[in-house]
Design a protein around this ligand. Structure first.
Ligand code: GLU
Length: 418
């Protein structure tokens, strides 16, 4: 029987390996390994038909050694405390590898939001915010969007929190609407970061982005925005998928019109255009392409799928899409992978810019935000590359080594309380 994939076990095991490869002193590792706080809440919500349902919610605060806890809120039917624990750990590593002054956290509610009305979602979000209100705040823990949550969800979190405090508290969440203090460029930032990562790795091989064949799994905020930006930079999007299925066109798909179709409520299984073929989720991953962007959920590229991949590069838009065993196969096959904690860091980097603007009551132009994002990612990429060359390891190992070194160094100079 196949062993059940455990994302937290996976991240801990990769961290342990990085400690070895990077010869990092292990004294403080137990602290970094375990989250600082795990919160579980039960959320009674009145449905539109008058019945009451109780949902389970979580907030895991992994580390605040390098700055306030930071990380998104996910709504998904398969969400559980263990997954949120892994996601919170990845946030600490992510903020550390790109060197922004945040720790890591993650929140989640076990719910399929597609089965709820907008008003039910609003009540659920407000009740969840109320439940975690004592542990969040602009200087303590700052939520943001993640899978199935968006700027509207953040507007509800912001309003509920501000009502409870009796004053506007724009810095308590990021990824909120621009009209409520959100940052220009935040909505597309994770997708933009995926494209920047792709450009950086292709550049290492002297390859241009223009004309490269890209396959993207997932058309949510990350995949959808990455697709559009790739398309505008004249890359050829050969395959795309959403929860309903995938589409393929060897001459390239029009990401603009497909995004519009999805925004209008369309599902890719029903999408129709000349030369477009319908393919399965597995075929998205294994199709012929230069760059594969998994931008959906964890545990997509395991050892079996990895054996069948035909891409040359993988840029991880999702958190945790590749298993540890999958990684081993990719290395053996010589597929170059840019790891999630770097590749999808664009979101939290621009969240940081949003928070800085809120605290200083400033507003920045989109061009300024995009330029600063590219600068931070390019610098972090160079550091990752230098570590990769020094330790003779993969980009994932290099990213983990840098992130862990910073976290452990911070722990050492801070010391243990009391
Ligand atoms: N949910 C995003 C992530 O996984 C963004 C987090 C944030 O902006 O705080 O990185």
């Amino acid at each position: 029987m196949a062993v059940k994939y455990d994302p937290y076990e996976n991240v801990v095991s990769v961290m342990e390996k990085a400690m070895e490869v990077g010869s990092i002193k292990k004294d403080m590792f137990e602290i970094i390994k375990n989250p600082q706080r795990e919160t579980k809440v039960y959320l009674p919500v009145e449905m539109d038909d008058g019945t009451v349902r109780v949902f389970e919610g979580y907030r895991v605060q992994h580390s605040n050694i390098r700055g306030p806890f930071k990380g998104g809120i996910r709504y998904h039917q398969d969400c559980d405390l263990n997954e949120v624990k892994a996601l919170a750990t990845w946030m600490s590593l992510k903020c550390s590898v790109v060197n922004i002054p945040y720790g890591g956290a993650k929140g989640g509610v076990k719910v399929d939001p597609h089965t709820l009305s907008q008003r039910e979602l609003c009540r659920l979000t407000r009740r969840y915010t109320y439940a975690i209100e004592p542990i969040i705040g602009a200087d303590s823990d700052i939520p943001a969007p993640d899978i199935n949550t968006n700027a509207q969800t953040m507007a509800w979190v912001l309003d509920t929190y501000s009502m409870l405090k009796g004053k506007p508290c724009p810095g308590v969440v990021t990824g909120k609407p621009v009209e409520l203090g959100g940052s220009k460029g935040r909505a597309s930032a994770t997708g933009r970061g995926v494209v920047i990562s792709t450009k950086l790795i292709l550049n290492e091989y002297g390859i241009e982005l223009k004309g490269r064949k890209i396959a993207i799994q997932g058309m949510g905020n990350v995949g959808g925005n990455a697709a559009r930006i790739f398309y505008h930079r004249e890359a050829v999007i050969v395959a795309l998928s959403d929860i309903s299925g995938g589409i393929y066109c060897k001459n390239g798909l029009n990401a603009d019109s497909i995004s519009e179709y999805i925004e209008g409520g369309g599902l890719l299984k029903d999408y129709d255009a000349p030369d477009v073929l319908h393919i399965s989720n597995q075929e998205i991953l294994t199709c012929e392409c230069d760059v594969l962007v998994p931008a959906a959920l964890e545990n997509q590229i395991n050892e079996d799928i990895a054996e069948n991949l035909k891409c040359k590069f993988i840029v991880e838009g999702a958190n945790g899409p590749t298993t540890e065993k999958g990684d081993e196969v990719l290395e053996k096959k010589g597929i170059s992978l840019i790891p999630d904690i770097f590749a999808n860091s664009g979101g939290v980097i621009v969240s940081y810019f949003e928070w800085v603007q809120n605290i200083q009551t400033l507003t920045w132009e989109k061009s300024q935000v995009n330029e600063m994002l590219e600068n931070i990612m390019t610098k972090a990429f160079m550091e990752m590359k230098a570590e990769k060359n020094k330790s003779g390891c993969s980009f994932r190992m290099a990213a983990y080594i840098i992130a862990l070194r910073r976290l452990i160094h911070a722990e050492e100079i801070k010391g243990i309380f009391p």
